[in-house]
Design a protein around this ligand. Structure first.
Ligand SMILES: NC(=O)c1ccc[n+]([C@@H]2O[C@H](COP(=O)([O-])OP(=O)(O)OC[C@H]3O[C@@H](n4cnc5c(N)ncnc54)[C@H](O)[C@@H]3O)[C@@H](O)[C@H]2O)c1
Ligand SMILES: O=C(O)C[C@H](O)C(=O)O
Ligand SMILES: [Mg+2]
Length: 676
């Protein structure tokens, strides 16, 4: 008998004995360790000598969502699976529904009918071999960011029950109240640097997707790894399942989450508090990014935690930073200095957490440019017209949302312009003739033909349109519509990627992607490396200014106001450096790993970049290991060298880095001159 077939026989005999619940006497250590069992269909216990994720990753023992709550507790699985316990029949139904879904999508699916299939293939690779997965992602970021991130990630969340194979991340549910502090130890990693958490209540512009919204946290963390070089073993996607108000999901037998209405009020806050306490107890240095919480809670939770925890809200703060950078780019694209920003007339459609975040930051930015005093702040207010689902917001609005209140137009002022409470978007655009029309409404096509026709009368030489809602179908208008109706000169940005527009005669209408992905990885990385205890307004402002200054004069004059996705690693590094620098200036930096706060203070800007190179180079080691098939145990500095020699992932050498640095320093100086 060949060696291989004897091994095969021995292992099938072992499996058989395990299934018959007999300890393998030849494996005394394993047998002694086997204290728990999982129950099979016929209720005969199966001995398992594994715990936690090892069970879920072992096809012999894994029952996925069919593990009962008792089994989940006994096997340290609590929190590692979506909360809804399913029968094996339901599991099969889910699988079959997914199998059939491809046909449906191919028939009446989205712009790229293969997007879900591509996601599946990448996801399987992610499950098998993380190194290779991230190498593929980094090397093809422009092609695959739209698959693992916006817009396909939205489709993935919408179809999550069928796509669910192996769980990724942790689930804390309303049923886990009182248990979170111990559950958090079920996660196998000793160190976690970044958590992206959602409660699934507003996934992109797709509304309440409940527990299926975990896909968004996974997608954001993919960018943390690919763009910021964060160690993939130290990221943790989290879903806090407090129920769902999505009636379809509440009735769907295949839904993976709690089938009850969302907790609200104090009960809701208590769950989030318990989660925050649990994760910060286990990982005191972790950074928590809040993602896609409905506006009702997004701003409140941000205020509640931002001064005591190292956290930020991407939709409020990341989006605001990206929007400001784009708005300043639009000013430059008109051939004007950034300091002219306070003269811009801006119509914002959407007053949710994203819209309010942008409005607050834009107003503060204008106020700083106007002298940074009370009257500057007051006068900046009059540059904004905010339209929500009920039309123009004025001081006459009943039950006005307190967050929108500061932007309500004064009644006299509005009347003078021929506008009243609730005026429609088209009326507002017609009367105001704005420089900028910015959409964060989640309403696809809101910038209709009439609205765009009205924008043609803009007083700006080069009006700007930001159709920032996601995913693709929710964009307020397409770039084709913008360029064909408003004119070739328009500046256009959208939250989800679109192709550039051919304007004929070799001219191109640039479609910029105005997405918070250009900031959040750098904000997270900068906060991590500085060891700042909080994410301050100054750090966020530095990130935004860095993105604004990143684009050259020539680029902005050509209508390119954001970098392409292919430059995301470079811009992330720049943003992170700006954030670290600001944390040092504000005396918030407490250091990271071997670099303590005093050493950080002493770091010259040049060395700061080198340190960042070390981190961004992290995958250099991975890749080197992957391709050379040898193991390295290297200090960061050596990692850097290995990575630069290996090229590939890092693709730059110290000298070039220094040059880039000098260029940027100049840009930053220019920026500060304009800005102050
Ligand atoms: N590009 C980015 O980086 C980015 C970042 C964050 C959010 N977003 C997108 O922004 C959108 C909104 O997010 P949110 O959290 O603020 O959502 P939200 O649902 O809380 O807010 C939507 C706002 O739009 C308003 N609205 C609805 N219909 C309208 C209409 N017909 N005219 C004008 N306003 C209307 C609502 O009244 C509300 O104020 C989502 O699609 C999200 O994907 C994009
Ligand atoms: O996720 C994105 O693509 C951007 C943003 O965070 C959103 O919620 O739409
Ligand atoms: Mg978001």
């Amino acid at each position: 008998m060949s060696n291989f077939s004897s091994q095969l026989r021995a292992s099938s005999a072992l499996i058989k004995r395990l299934r018959q619940n007999r300890f393998p006497s030849t494996y005394p250590a394993a047998a002694a360790a086997a204290r728990s069992f999982t129950t099979t269909e016929c209720n005969r216990p199966t001995i398992v000598h594994k715990r936690s994720l090892d069970i879920l990753h072992d096809p012999l023992f894994n029952k996925g969502t069919a593990f009962s709550m008792t089994e989940r507790d006994r096997l340290d699985l609590r929190g590692l699976l979506p909360p809804n316990v399913m029968t094996s029949e339901q599991q099969i139904q889910r699988f079959m529904a997914d199998l059939k879904r491809l046909e449906v999508h191919a028939r009446d699916g989205p712009a790229d009918p293969n997007a879900l299939a591509k996601w599946r293939i990448l996801n399987r690779l992610h499950d098998r071999n993380e190194t290779m997965y991230y190498k593929v992602l980094i090397d093809n970021i422009e092609e695959y960011a739209p698959i693992v991130y916006t817009p396909t990630v939205g489709l993935v969340c919408q179809n999550y029950s069928g796509l669910f194979r192996r769980p990724r991340g942790m689930y804390f549910s309303a049923e886990d109240r009182g248990e979170m502090m111990s559950m958090v130890y079920n996660w196998p990693a000793e160190q976690v640097d970044m958590i992206v958490v959602t409660d699934g209540s507003r996934i992109l512009g797709l509304g309440d997707l409940g527990v299926h919204g975990i896909g968004i946290a996974v997608g954001k963390l993919d960018l943390y790894v690919a763009a910021a070089g964060i160690n993939p073993q130290r990221v943790l996607p989290v879903m806090i399942d407090v129920g769902t108000n999505n009636e379809k999901l509440l009735k769907d037998p295949l839904y993976l989450g709690l089938q009850e209405h969302r907790l609200d009020g104090d009960e809701y806050v208590e769950v989030i508090d318990e989660f925050m306490e649990a994760v910060y107890t286990r990982w005191p240095n972790v950074i928590v990014q809040f993602e896609d919480f409905q506006s009702k809670w997004a701003l409140k939770l941000l205020q509640r935690y931002r001064n005591s925890y190292r956290m930020f809200n991407d939709d409020v703060q990341g989006t605001a930073g990206v929007a400001i950078a784009g708005l300043l780019g639009a000013v430059r694209a008109q051939g004007r200095p950034m300091i002219d920003f306070p003269k811009q007339k801006i119509v914002v459609a959407g007053a949710g957490s994203a819209g309010i975040g942008v409005l607050n930051t834009a107003r503060k930015t204008m106020a700083r440019m106007l002298g940074n005093n009370e009257s500057a702040f007051e006068s900046a207010r009059s540059q904004f017209w905010v339209v929500d689902a009920k039309g123009l917001i004025t001081e006459e609005r009943e039950n006005i949302d307190p967050d929108a209140q500061p932007f309500a137009r004064k009644v006299n002022e509005a009347n003078r312009q021929g506008l009243g409470e609730g005026a429609s978007l088209v009326e507002v655009v017609r009367q105001v003739k704005p420089d900028v029309l910015l959409g964060l409404s989640a309403v696809g096509g809101l910038f209709s033909k009439e609205v765009l026709e009205a924008l043609k009368e803009s007083t700006s030489t080069r009006p700007a349109i930001f159709a920032m809602s996601n995913p693709t179908n929710n964009a307020e208008c397409t770039p084709d519509e913008a360029f064909s109706i408003v004119g070739d000169n328009v500046i256009f940005a959208s939250g989800s990627p679109f192709r550039d527009v051919d304007l004929g005669n070799g001219r191109v209408g640039h479609c910029n992607q105005g997405n918070n992905m250009y900031l959040f990885p750098g904000i997270g990385l900068g906060t991590l490396l500085s060891g700042s205890r909080i994410v301050s307004d100054g750090m966020l402002q530095a990130a935004s200014e860095c993105l604004a200054a990143y684009m050259t004069e020539e680029e902005v004059l050509n209508g390119v106001i954001y970098p392409s996705t292919s430059r995301i690693r470079d811009i992330t590094k720049e943003v992170a450096a700006a954030v670290v620098k600001e944390a040092i200036i504000e005396d918030l930096a407490e250091g990271y790993r071997g670099v303590d706060s005093r050493e950080l203070q002493r770091l010259s800007q040049v060395r700061l970049y080198f340190c960042l190179e070390d981190t961004v180079a992290y995958f250099g080691t991975f890749f080197t290991r992957f391709y050379c098939k040898s193991r390295y145990s290297l200090s960061w500095k050596v990692v850097y060298l290995v990575a630069s020699i290996a090229g590939g992932a890092l693709g730059s050498c110290k000298n070039r880095e220094q040059e880039i640095l000098l260029e940027r320093e100049q840009n930053n100086d220019n920026f500060s001159e304009n800005f102050n």
